[in-house]
Design a protein around this ligand. Structure first.
Ligand SMILES: Nc1ncnc2c1ncn2[C@@H]1O[C@H](COP(=O)(O)OP(=O)(O)OP(=O)(O)O)[C@@H](O)[C@H]1O
Length: 565
């Protein structure tokens, strides 16, 4: 059994055991109704008043036991399902969180959203509930057949023979249903992914007056999902219809054969009634176990899908740990391409020394973000070598990378929680350290006005762009990582706010800063020890601001163009 399936039973075996035990008792009780009916009818057709009174008392006792057993069944059954789903979902999500950034980035978030909404509900209904239902139905069938054989073996053989028909039907059509369940899940995935994109880009859609086009996209996606779901339903209904028709055939044959035996006084009328009553417990499993097994198989494929999507597909290599940054980061002849034959970075040779600050500039598309993304371990398939204190970056464990670097991006993600939670990222730190990080990143004014417990709103809607950036800076400061990377972090802010923030960051001690900037603003550029100039994937110049201007080369022209713009 896969570790994912084991989650259903882990610390849940007792609930499962009691659920099954009570199901056995409940089945036995259900079947005994047939015998009570037989006795009542036989008493009615030739018994005494004393026997009738006795039967009434037994029936009432039976009723009380039945209610108690049903209540216990609900209790253990619901506990089992709750615990199983809780553990399964937690396990899948905790595995998802273990993924490295590069393996997560390559996949579509819509897949995950669909997994944790649609697929999980399908698994609850069609795998877990079905597993219990199948057990109940199989028990019911076996006990029903034994009870029937006890009453009359000839009729029992008739029932068994004709019952093969519905089983065959679900075996034949089951595969087709399985395929359709999977297809519906896949379509739902792309639909969820699309809706997520459309909602994220809501303001862009409105300002470009693209509502009609977007509605068309939505309608196309919606109709594909509903079409796939409809096909799934149609196949399911078709299998159910065939099963129902064949069940009727079984019922009819049994009734005719029973009537024949009763007319020839081989069995009593009570036995015929008991038989017909027992038939329900045999026919229901015959009709339902096939579809239940098919649904379970289809849901089982979804569990495999969740396992594949949430486990780290990229095999962990031999990794080394590193917790401190001592000297320098070096790029030795590094080249990189997203697609074959189309190099984005070409023969990069660079050194970033501990404690110094660097700004990378260059035209749009020159490879600035790609360069820092290599440093952050987002792509491993580069040529050449990147080392941190002589240790090969490719061999560094992901966790070590996350401990060494913190990143501030243009789009800061803010959780719908308090300012403090957003700064600490829900971890616990000493309150003094939190306050210091907030002060150093310029959040004092905001805290004075609103307090640390102020709720930021969905994706920080109640905060300004500058405040969001400051929160992200405070996050980095609190983590005390030795290297800070900023990718266009201040480009969405007005020039004044950007300058203030950049000035504040330049005062951070013991932090090596690597900053990507679009802003060719002299005051900002002078804040860095070295400017690295990229052009078409190559480092064309490096040096201080004055030195580069004096060279009157590529940086000079880039600066002049941006200044005059
Ligand atoms: N995931 C990707 N797959 C394929 N090509 C990509 C990918 N990311 C970036 N590129 C391409 O790589 C080139 C360099 O992109 P990169 O984002 O590194 O440039 P940049 O200098 O940071 O640009 P900008 O200043 O506009 O942000 C661009 O031509 C871009 O289209």
């Amino acid at each position: 059994m896969s570790t994912y399936r084991k989650q259903f039973y882990y610390k849940n075996k007792l609930n499962y055991f009691f659920t099954i035990l009570i199901c056995v008792l409940s089945t036995a009780l259900n079947l005994s109704i047939a015998f009570i009916l037989k006795l009542l009818i036989d008493v009615a057709s030739g018994g005494s008043m004393t026997e009738l009174k006795q039967m009434t008392v037994y029936s009432l006792i039976y009723l009380v036991i039945l209610v108690i057993i049903q209540l216990l069944k609900r209790k253990y059954y619901n506990h089992f399902i709750k615990q199983a789903m809780l553990q399964f979902k937690n396990y899948a999500f905790s595995n998802l969180l273990k993924k490295s950034i590069n393996s997560f980035d390559n996949e579509v978030t819509g897949t995950y959203i669909s997994i944790f909404t649609n697929d999980i509900s399908t698994i609850e209904a069609n795998y877990l509930t079905a597993t219990i239902q199948i057990t109940i139905q199989v028990l019911s069938f076996i006990c029903g057949i034994i009870a029937m054989a006890y009453l009359n073996w000839f009729l029992t053989l008739c029932v068994l023979g004709i019952s093969l028909l519905p089983i065959l039907i679900s075996m034949v059509f089951g595969k087709s249903l399985e395929h359709k369940v999977f297809l519906a899940s896949e379509r739902n995935e792309s639909f969820v992914s699309m809706v997520k994109d459309l909602l994220t880009g809501f303001s862009v859609v409105k300002s470009f007056r693209a509502e009609a086009e977007i509605l068309k996209l939505y309608n196309d996606g919606n109709s594909k999902v509903e079409h796939a779901k409809n096909k799934k339903r149609m196949t399911g209904d078709f299998i159910t219809l065939l099963s129902t028709a064949s069940s009727f055939l079984v019922q009819f044959t049994t009734f005719v054969a029973g009537a024949y035996l009763a007319i020839h006084n081989i069995i009593t009328a009570g036995t015929v009634i008991a038989f017909i009553q027992l038939l329900n417990y045999v026919l229901e499993p015959v009709g339902s176990v096939g579809p239940l097994l098919t649904e379970k198989k289809a849901a089982s494929a979804l569990i495999d899908k969740i396992e594949a999507a949430t486990s780290n597909r990229i095999k962990e290599r031999d990794t080394l740990n590193k917790s401190s940054f001592l000297r320098e980061i070096t790029f030795h002849n590094v080249s990189f391409a997203y697609e074959k034959e189309q190099p984005i970075l070409k023969n990069i040779n660079l050194t970033f020394e501990k404690g110094k600050s660097y700004v990378i500039v260059g035209a749009s598309g020159s490879g600035k973000s790609t360069l820092v993304n290599l440093l952050l371990g987002y792509h491993n398939n580069y040529e050449g070598q990147i080392t941190i204190d002589d240790m090969d970056l490719g061999k560094l464990a992901n966790d070590s990378l996350y401990d060494l670097f913190s990143v501030i991006l243009q789009n800061v993600f803010i959780f719908d929680s308090t300012i403090q939670d957003n700064v600490t990222m829900f971890r616990s730190f000493e309150q003094n350290a939190i306050i210091t990080a907030m002060e150093k990143s310029g959040l004092s004014m905001l805290i004075q006005k609103k307090g640390t417990e102020y709720k930021c709103g969905e994706n920080g809607n109640y905060l300004s762009g500058g405040e969001k950036q400051r929160i992200s800076i405070a996050r980095s400061l609190l983590r005390k990582t030795p290297i800070l990377i900023m990718d266009e972090a201040t480009s969405a802010l007005d020039q004044k706010t950007a300058q203030v923030i950049e000035q504040e960051i330049s005062n951070f001690e013991n932090v090596t800063r690597i900053v990507i900037s679009h802003r060719m603003d002299e005051a900002s550029l002078r804040l860095y020890d070295k400017i690295i100039v990229l052009n078409n994937g190559r480092v064309v110049e490096t040096g201080g601001f004055d030195q580069l201007l004096e060279q009157q080369s590529y940086f000079y022209s880039l600066f002049q163009v941006t200044k005059s713009a």
